[in-house]
Design a binder for this molecule. Structure first.
Ligand code: ADE
Length: 240
């Protein structure tokens, strides 16, 4: 998979991809993440990428030309499955979206800034608009990093225990069960007995029960999705 990120602040993305799972995924050849400076596609000598907005309203708007030039230059080299724009008014990102994007071959992510991008780019060049939550960041770079991280960790081979990505919170519209490690008894704070039983069936049933209970209590919205989904799928575990 290849992910091209277009931004006016490439340095903001230096850190997130050079550690841990993302770094290893790159080294293993599972993903190539390439960050592009939008200003390099600006035509004037000042490398201008934003301009005043038409109509009333303060704030600069990102111009069409450099963005179109960057996207077209990338598209001239390979086909892209999606051209994503990160914006607080996009569709709110979730695990389902991450799963879908992880199955694509080539993605472009355009990071928004200032008051946003000229709307014609959204109408003609962008295929998916993503928000990472109902709050406003200073720019789309952190959102691009979050989206990229959530996708890359799903690529087969990115995580050494390949079952662990599938058992993440949200994969079944359920939160993860609690986890514990040694010591089994820390100053009287004990690990639930069942986890020490060695009985896989009991352990699996307990984990599912905990997931269901935590989701019902902490995320009633997600719990409704889980219930609706388990009605659609007769084989879906039902221990409620
Ligand atoms: N840019 C600014 N805020 C954002 C958000 N919440 N999600 C995605 N991109 C953004």
């Amino acid at each position: 998979m290849r992910i091209d990120i277009i931004t006016v602040f490439p340095e903001m993305l230096d850190g997130p991809f050079s550690h841990s799972i993302l770094k290893r995924a790159g080294e293993k050849g599972l993903v190539e993440i390439v960050v592009h400076q939008l200003r390099e596609f600006a035509r004037d000598k000042h490398r201008k990428v934003d301009d005043y907005s038409f109509g009333k309203g303060a704030g600069m708007v990102m111009m069409i030309e450099p963005i179109e030039a960057a996207i077209n230059w990338l598209k001239s080299q390979r086909d892209y499955d999606e051209v994503i724009y990160t914006s607080p008014d996009g569709i709110v990102f979730n695990q389902h979206e991450a799963n879908q994007l992880s199955m694509k071959e080539n993605l472009i992510i355009l990071c928004g800034h200032y008051k946003g991008i000229d709307h014609r780019i959204r109408e003609h060049l962008i295929t998916r608009e993503i928000s990472i939550g109902d709050y406003v960041l200073t720019g789309g770079e952190l959102a691009a990093a979050v989206i990229t991280d959530s996708i890359v960790r799903l690529l087969p081979g990115a995580i050494s225990d390949e079952t662990s990505a599938l058992s993440d919170s949200f994969q079944d519209n359920l939160l993860s069960p609690p986890v514990y490690t040694r010591p089994a008894d820390y100053k009287g704070w004990k690990v639930p007995e069942v986890l020490l039983s060695g009985n896989d069936k009991l352990v699996d049933d307990w984990k599912l029960q905990q997931s269901i209970e935590r989701t019902r209590r902490l995320r009633p919205d997600l719990f409704q999705k889980y219930l609706a989904h388990s009605e659609d799928e007769p084989g879906h575990s039902e221990t409620r």
